[in-house]
Design a protein around this ligand. Structure first.
Ligand code: F6P
Length: 547
């Protein structure tokens, strides 16, 4: 059913009216007026605790936001996704990353095919293979165990496994060193190959389509490098593939017995739960990989069954929408206060921006509001000493998501205390700010002259009233990490429903790919048709002159 334009809905209009007042609120006052604000605006599920009290909202705001979600048909759309309906309407595909983490025996039929059995058959193969590599039973062609694994993939075939392997490094096998090559820039492959030995290296070529130009070029380079050191029949001990495209894998020369399949209903940026997670299972072992899936499944169940008012991904999404739409926040900054989540902001960039960076609805009509904000970030405390200045005193308001584990995976307790203190201090500072009156009082206490106080006060004043969420978990484990990723996946889904965009296609990346092919041929010496603009022609000419 075609959705009416978002701005025409009754709940959107009620929210717009409500926002006129809400814009004048100071969070300091909201906290002062309600001693229970933290309890009221926090909740937990699947090992994750969400504090959303430091946002410019009240009970009425949430009520209207939930009303909007209902008016946009969130519950029906959510159920359609879980049921395997083809909600990716521009590619005519189901969207079933949730099925990848459902326990064995769950039933789900897509296009007449029972998918749970297929999923678990592949998981069984992942277990057999990863057990063999980890135990040292799987040998390289000269009889040595594997020591290095190079995952060759890009986008979803890189960001997910790379982020998770780093996040779970405390669970990793001590013998296996993990490398990730994604960029077509030869410096990436060059750096990886410089660290590995062809006798003991396993290459995983990971590509849903097995046509992605960067991955294909990197895979060919790795293959050629390997064959400089080993005979052709050694390839089977050193190259495996993860893909949906069996024919292309055969053509590349990888034994189909070494292929781990997945399905077109798994979007690239939602694929770490499939065999694309092979590097994760190799690094941490199949048992922990299953815990990772189970953590995500627990969050799925929460998303599927919890009332919208207590539904963590829904709340995150609605608050994000509120900030974007009514408080004019054009970007969101992600601050994991956990060094092992270093790649999490980059992972979320693809998840969120490739999903909801859209400007037309599922029916091809222009979306009549702004859509996905830019997502960016860096681990705390490092970000504090780089760009937090802008977050505190810049002219734009950027909502923050703080993410932290209450217990570390190390024994340096003083470090962890300092880390958490910084995390909580930042959200407090963003919320409260520091008024001119407070600044003047401080400067007076320091004994500064009146004139100096007036000169410095504007520079030392913090507007505050800057929204943030804080997500806490007991520890960063395979299970809580699984839940955390699923939380953001479903948040992305809910926002897509509100904007009525298809969150599961990515046509916007195609144009650049086509043009790059053309220019690559020109750089390689084919006659330039001269059809570019003068800037592009000039850049091509300069590059050719340098070759
Ligand atoms: O071009 C974008 C994209 O299709 C992403 O959506 C995807 O994750 C990435 O490229 C890699 O695709 P593949 O796994 O097919 O190589």
């Amino acid at each position: 059913m075609r959705q009416p334009p978002l701005t025409s809905t009754a709940s959107f209009q009620a929210l717009a009216q409500h926002a006129d007042t809400a814009k004048t609120w100071q969070m300091r006052d909201l906290f002062a007026a309600d001693p229970d604000r933290f309890e009221r605006y926090s909740d937990e599920a699947a090992g994750l605790f969400l504090d959303y009290s430091k946002n410019r909202l009240d009970g009425r705001t949430l009520e209207l936001l939930v009303q909007l979600a209902r008016e946009r048909g969130l519950e029906a759309r959510r159920d359609a996704m879980f049921a395997g309906e083809k909600i990716n309407n521009t590619e005519n595909r189901a969207v079933l990353h949730t099925a990848l983490r459902a326990p064995r025996g769950a039933t789900l039929v897509v296009d007449g095919q029972e998918v749970n059995a297929d999923i678990h058959a592949v998981l069984d193969r992942v277990k057999t293979f990863t057990d063999a590599v980890r135990s040292g039973e799987w040998l390289g062609h000269t009889g040595k165990p594997i020591t290095d694994i190079v995952n060759i993939g890009i986008g979803g075939s890189d960001l997910g496994p790379k982020m998770v392997v780093l996040a779970l490094r405390h669970y990793a096998h001590p013998r296996l060193r993990m490398h990730f090559v994604s960029n077509v820039d030869g410096h990436d492959m060059d750096a990886a190959l410089a660290q590995v030995d062809p006798e003991t290296t396993l290459f995983i070529v990971a590509s849903k389509t097995f046509t992605t130009a960067e991955t294909m070029m990197n895979a060919q380079t790795a293959r050629a490098w390997f064959l400089q050191h080993a005979p052709e029949d050694a390839l089977a001990r050193h190259f495996v593939a993860v893909s949906t495209n069996t024919e292309a894998i055969k053509t590349f020369g990888i034994d189909p017995a070494n292929m781990f399949p997945f399905w077109d209903w798994v979007g690239g940026r939602y694929s770490v739960w499939s065999a694309i997670g092979l590097p994760v299972a190799l690094a941490v072992g199949f048992g922990y990989f299953k815990d990772f899936l189970a953590g995500a499944h627990e969050l799925d169940e929460h998303f599927r069954t919890a009332p919208l008012e207590q539904n963590l991904p829904t709340l995150l999404a609605l608050i994000g929408f509120w900030n974007r739409q009514f408080l004019d926040c054009a970007s969101v900054s992600i601050a994991p206060y956990h060094q092992d989540l270093n790649r999490f902001p980059a992972y979320l960039q693809q998840l969120d921006m490739e999903s909801n960076g859209k400007r037309v609805t599922r029916d091809g009509q222009p979306v009549d509001t702004p859509t996905c904000p830019a997502i960016w970030g860096e681990c705390g405390t490092n970000g504090q000493h780089a760009y937090f200045q802008l977050l505190h005193q810049g002219t734009d308001v950027t909502p923050m998501d703080f993410i932290a584990a209450l217990r570390p995976a190390h024994e340096m307790d003083n470090h962890h205390t300092a880390l958490l203190a910084n995390c909580f201090a930042q959200s407090e500072a963003f919320m409260k700010g520091k008024t001119a009156i407070e600044v003047r009082a401080d400067l007076q206490a320091q004994g500064l002259a009146a004139e100096e106080i007036e000169r410095l006060t504007p520079h030392k004043t913090f507007p505050g009233n800057r929204p943030s969420n804080t997500i806490l978990m007991e520890r960063l484990t395979p299970s809580t990490l699984g839940a955390l990723i699923a939380l953001y996946e479903h948040k992305t889904f809910v926002q897509g429903v509100i904007w009525d965009v298809n969150s599961f296609d990515q046509w916007g990346v195609e144009l650049g790919k086509v043009l790059a092919k053309k220019i690559e041929a020109e750089l390689a010496g084919e006659p330039a048709p001269g059809q570019h603009d003068s800037s592009t022609n000039g850049l091509i000419a300069r590059a050719k002159a340098a070759f």
